[in-house]
Every structure is written in C-alpha cells, then in structure tokens.
Design a protein around this ligand. Structure first.
Ligand SMILES: C[S@@+](CC[C@H](N)C(=O)[O-])C[C@H]1O[C@@H](n2cnc3c(N)ncnc32)[C@H](O)[C@@H]1O
Length: 200
C-alpha cells in the first residue's frame, strides 16, 4: 500500500472509532491545536461542510453558547443544537442573504473546506477550487467581524500565489499549513488567516 493511502486509511479508521463523520475532522483539530482558532461562544460559518466532520469539531470547541452555520450543496444530517445547516451553492447570489438571515451577528471565524467534484484534470480542479475559495473571501466583508480569523483549503497550482495575495491583503497574518491528516492529499494545503481587516 502506498504511504498516502495508508495515511488516509489511518485517519478513516480513527474517525470511525471516535465518531467523526469524516477524516477531514482531524485536519481541523490539528490546525486548531496549532493556531487556537475556535473558542467557546464563537459564531462560525463553515463553507463546504458535508458530511460534517468540521461541524462536529467546531460544535465541540464553541460549546453550547456558540453557533456554527454549515453550508453545502449536499444535505447534511442534523448533528447538534449549536449547528444550523443551510443547503445551498456558495456561488449562488442568494446564498449571502440566506446566511445573513441565520447569523445573529458577524462571525468570529470563517472556515472553508470547499472542494469541487474532481475531474482528474488537475488544472481544471485547481481553478474550480480557487474560484470557490475566492468567493468565500468576497463574502467576508458581510460575514466576518474585524479581527476575525479564517481557515481555507487550497488546491495548489498556478493561481495559488494570486489567491494568497488576495488573502494577505485583508488579514494581518496568513500562515500556510499542511496538517498531518492532510498528508495523504499531496496537492492540498490550508491558509490560516488571522486578524481580518475588512476593505474600506
Ligand atoms: C472536502 S468536502 C468537505 C468535508 C467537510 N469539511 C467535513 O469535515 O466533513 C468539500 C465539500 O465542498 C462542497 N462543495 C463543493 N462545491 C460547493 C458549492 N459550490 N457550494 C457549496 N458547497 C460546495 C462539496 O459538496 C463537499 O461536501
């Protein structure tokens, strides 16, 4: 078995054992351990949240006084009371208003694990993924509070630098991270962005 497959299997088994809906849950757990992004009472928006591993992790970290809104094209089975689920397309114009209706205030954190259905042609998959991530950054002025944080998946490729630049323009600090649970996926990484500065 290739090392990358073994890594995936290891986290898949662990997720099953610990009751997480996806092995992706460990990517967020590992990122949060390093960057301390999620805190009790926080309001969080999670883009691309099916089947719900990141929602489970976020729900545990923010506790009963927090709220996480998860959005995905695919439906998500209900998880717990501090999670609201919105079925919708991030790229659709009505999504912003639907999110605004659910948010009690601007979010403290925005998460995006958005990824398109892969075609197998990396350049196409990369460009589609960056389009999704850029859309999340475009929505931030309405959704994320000043000083807030974001975690965003990035499929690496020719547009990575431009996207990184876009994110650096609106956050005080931006880190590039490859959590151990992500090592089975050679061309993906995460941007952890701290200290949101909305464009004036
Ligand atoms: C890697 S999965 C997310 C896994 C999730 N973080 C978890 O822990 O279970 C990527 C998700 O992005 C969603 N997605 C892709 N394009 C989307 C779009 N335009 N709008 C909303 N969700 C989208 C997919 O349906 C898929 O569920």
């Amino acid at each position: 078995m290739r090392l990358v497959d073994a890594k995936r299997d290891q986290y898949r088994r662990l997720a099953k054992k610990e009751g997480y809906r996806s092995r992706s849950a460990y990517k967020l757990l590992q990122l949060d351990k390093t960057y301390h992004i999620l805190r009790p009472g926080y309001v969080v928006v999670d883009f691309g949240s099916a089947p719900g591993g990141w929602l489970q992790v976020t729900s545990e970290k923010i506790g009963r006084n927090g709220l996480v809104i998860g959005i995905d094209i695919d439906p998500i089975k209900p998880i717990s009371e501090n999670i609201h689920i919105l079925v919708g397309d991030v790229l659709a114009p009505e999504t912003k208003d639907e999110l605004l209706k659910l948010l009690p205030r601007k979010a403290d954190v925005i998460l995006s694990d958005l990824a398109p259905d892969v075609t197998g042609v990396w350049q196409i998959d990369h460009l589609r993924q960056i389009d999704l991530a850029s859309k999340v950054v475009d929505l931030m002025p309405d959704l994320l509070r000043r000083g807030g944080a974001a975690v965003m998946k990035v499929f690496e490729g020719e547009e990575t630098n431009r996207f990184h630049h876009q994110v650096r323009g609106v956050f005080e600090k931006v880190f590039t991270a490859k959590p151990p649970a992500s090592r089975g996926q050679a061309s993906e990484m995460y941007l952890v962005a701290l200290g949101y500065r909305p464009p004036s």
